[in-house]
Design a protein around this ligand. Structure first.
Ligand SMILES: [Zn+2]
Length: 102
């Protein structure tokens, strides 16, 4: 199925919401998405974070169903929802900065 996804320009994570109340942050905490997946319809999602750090939203194809996504969220399996960005200096810096703030 298709989901509406965004990419964080700081850490490179691709994130999407698995269920209506799945509020998903990227690894560096710059951007978040929620509102469910609704087959890739970006009108249904809500995005948190500064526009300049966000790529998307765009449609992204994943190999499970809406029910599979819901269960993944509900059972905290967390196989879906976030695809980690490539390990780049920018990503490491963004994640290190987040850890300092916590
Ligand atoms: Zn990020």
């Amino acid at each position: 199925m298709n989901v509406a996804a965004i990419r964080c320009k700081n850490c490179g994570d691709l994130i999407y919401s698995r269920a209506r109340h799945d509020f998903c942050w990227c690894s560096c905490g710059t951007v978040a998405i929620d509102g469910g997946n609704s087959g890739g319809n970006s009108d249904a999602i809500s995005v948190t974070g500064e526009r300049k750090y966000i790529d998307g939203p765009f449609e992204f194809k994943i190999d499970t169903s809406s029910r599979g996504l819901y269960q993944d969220w509900n059972c905290e399996t967390d196989k879906y929802g976030r695809i980690l960005g490539e390990d780049t200096p920018r990503r490491r810096k963004a994640i290190a900065k987040r850890k300092l703030l916590e």
